[in-house]
Write a protein that binds this ligand. Structure first.
Ligand SMILES: [Zn+2]
Ligand SMILES: [Zn+2]
Length: 156
């Protein structure tokens, strides 16, 4: 388990390197996501921020900007709740421009696992969801989402 300060300084560095302006809210949200080891919903993030809680509108904006710069990715579970995790994973507006880069992103996009009991979602970074994707001639894939459902270790 990494020390909280390390996670915060790493998050600060990541925000800076992405070209985004470094703000306390961005750093805190990214640090919480890094520390969690899984994906978090808006509500999870609010809870984890505790006394550093930021208002909902700001939180949404922070997550949007982090996603646009490839620092986080979002996944909709079967409960229709958006969850966020660190790292690039989605076809976001900023990175998916030309057809070739969309194809590459689809190819590299990883799968997720969702527990059907507690709803927890984790990244299956080794499983490239887009790799198995083949659409008929004349069709063009623009997004792919592969979620494996089952039970997490806590729910057995
Ligand atoms: Zn579970
Ligand atoms: Zn993921």
């Amino acid at each position: 388990m990494k020390h909280t300060d390390d996670i915060h300084s790493a998050a600060r560095e990541q925000v800076r390197e992405s070209g985004l302006r470094v703000t306390t809210a961005r750093v805190r949200v990214l640090a919480e996501l890094s520390a969690s080891g899984g994906l978090l919903s808006h509500q999870d993030i609010e809870q984890r921020l505790g006394r550093h809680r930021i208002d909902r509108v700001t939180l949404y904006r922070v997550l949007d900007s982090l996603a646009e710069h490839g620092l986080v990715h979002r996944v909709a579970g079967n409960d229709r709740i958006w969850r966020f995790g660190v790292g690039r994973g989605a076809t976001s507006g900023a990175t998916a421009g030309a057809g070739a880069s969309v194809a590459r992103e689809l190819h590299e996009r990883h799968a997720h696992f969702q527990c059907s009991d507690c709803g927890k979602v984790v990244c299956l970074s080794e499983v490239a969801a887009g790799r198995a994707l083949r659409v008929p001639r004349g069709y063009r894939a623009e997004s792919v989402e592969l979620t494996v459902r089952g039970r997490c270790p806590q729910c057995g």
